[in-house]
Design a binder for this molecule. Structure first.
Ligand code: AHG
Ligand code: MN
Ligand code: MN
Length: 355
């Protein structure tokens, strides 16, 4: 998976090779990826100097979900919108930082980008990895004069590309156009993204789970039972790793094997993460890397969003692990039945692959 020495391939070279080899990797799509990367390089620069300049702190505003918005979120949003609209290929952008879709007036471009400009932004002031997440869709009715309602909210399975940029100890771009997942690391000395991780696949073994377990008591029974199972019954102990930045948590699990969970809770049954800006992109990448993504009952990529800021529970990572989790949710999803079973003192059944 890792690219060896003496095989230097720049992102630019990789994009050109892809265009030659795969007819659906059009020049327009490549241009959008280049535009996103350009914006992310500027965001990266600001993220890196965030501790040095007076850019930290809150704007005092709240975003449409009622959460605090930090200055860098807005900065990242503006850089991306600017790059995408000037690029001319993108007619509509949906952003976590904007309540409604943004239309690129007069643009004849056929593409729609949904994005989380800065993910994990509450981690900025403690110098922890953050990221940018994007999904690219094509207008459904390619020939219609105007953007139609059905173009705007498409299933994740309609994505033609998705990716993220991780601002970590190195800056990385990981993306897919539906033909496997590749990772590029920014070499700051030459200012280029170099292919560092070719055809990334989840490792077979999964011994890591990532969840904010502080919310345990509000988890539904299926999630609790799954967690109990992996802690109590697994032959080899799992490691718990949770950064609190989806991009960073997902990236680690993708390379090392693991499951990321942001479940629905009794307080927030739909969970916290957004289907459109966060879950779909990760789900597409996960599936392309041999993994799976589910809301606990169904495939994330099959959900038809009803509105732009829709949330969803998210379980994403090694396929077998996601399936196991779904098994527990199916088994214990009906809370009333579970409580009745408990009253009758029935021992909870174990999953097939328990010791
Ligand atoms: P954002 O900064 O875009 O609002 O996203 C934060 C998200 C995500 O990155 C992370 O997985 C999750 O919030 C962490 O939430 P908790 O602090 O509730 O665990
Ligand atoms: Mn986010
Ligand atoms: Mn964000």
């Amino acid at each position: 998976m890792k690219v060896g020495r003496n095989q230097i391939v720049t992102l630019e070279q990789f994009i050109l090779d892809q265009e030659r080899d795969f007819p659906y990797a059009t020049g327009q799509l490549s241009k959008i990826i280049r535009d996103i990367v350009l914006a992310c390089r500027i965001i990266n620069r600001e993220v890196n100097k965030a501790g040095l300049v007076d850019i930290l702190g809150l704007t005092g505003d709240v975003n449409v979900q009622g959460e605090e918005v930090q200055k860098l979120d807005i900065f990242a949003h503006e850089q991306l919108v600017d790059a995408l609209f000037k690029g001319g290929m993108v007619c509509v952008v949906g952003s976590e930082e904007q309540e409604d879709f943004l239309f690129n007036e007069g643009c004849e471009g056929k593409y729609i980008v949904l994005m989380d400009p800065l993910d994990g932004s509450s981690n900025i002031d403690v110098n922890v990895s953050i990221g940018t997440i994007f999904s690219i869709y094509r207008r459904r009715d390619y020939d219609a004069d105007e953007v139609l309602k059905t173009d705007l909210l498409q299933r994740g399975s309609e994505q033609i590309a998705a990716g993220y940029v991780l601002y970590g100890s190195s800056t990385m771009l990981v993306y897919t156009t539906g033909n496997g997942v590749n990772g590029f690391t920014l070499d700051p000395s030459i200012g280029e993204f170099l292919l560092s991780h070719r055809n990334i696949r989840f490792p077979e073994q999964c011994h890591t789970y990532s969840v904010n377990e502080g919310h345990y008591r509000t988890f539904f029974e299926g999630t609790k039972q799954y967690l109990r199972h992996i802690k109590r019954d697994a032959k080899e102990p799992y490691s718990s790793r949770y950064i609190g930045s989806l991009v960073a948590d997902f990236h680690r699990n993708l390379l090392k094997g693991g499951i990321f969970m942001y479940p629905g809770t009794t307080e927030k049954p739909e969970g916290k993460l957004r289907l459109t800006f966060e879950a779909n992109s990760m789900a597409f990448i996960a599936e392309q890397a041999g993994g799976a993504a589910s809301d606990g009952r169904k495939r994330i990529l099959d959900i038809l969003p009803k509105h732009l800021h829709q949330r969803t529970p998210l379980f994403v990572g090694n396929k077998e692990e996601v399936r196991k989790l779904e098994w527990y949710i199916k088994k214990y999803g009906n809370r009333a039945k579970y409580m009745a079973d408990l009253k009758e003192d029935k021992a909870p059944p174990l999953a097939n692959n328990s010791k």
